[in-house]
Design a protein. Structure first.
Length: 80
């Protein structure tokens, strides 16, 4: 047995979730072409910082096996 570091993978999405995201993004792009709404967004005096914890887990596996992957839960944002 050897100790290997687990690999980060993106969120595991089902086919239904992927198609829903695609449909929503497509609708937003069409809406932006017809009625530019992104120009009307207003930002205020808040600063959002990305908090990313780089700690990675290790597992014990056989020497020639691949360590299991697990989805990254998402980054944390903090308002200043």
């Amino acid at each position: 047995m050897v100790r290997k570091i687990q690999k980060w993978t993106p969120h595991d999405l089902t086919d239904d979730q992927q198609s829903t995201r695609y449909e929503i993004c497509s609708k937003l792009l069409v809406r932006q072409e017809n009625e530019p709404f992104l120009d009307r967004l207003i930002t205020v005096d808040e600063k959002w910082l990305l908090f990313d914890n780089k700690k990675r887990g290790c597992v014990w596996v056989d020497k020639f096996s691949i360590p299991p992957s697990f989805p990254k839960l998402g980054d944390s944002f903090v308002v200043l």
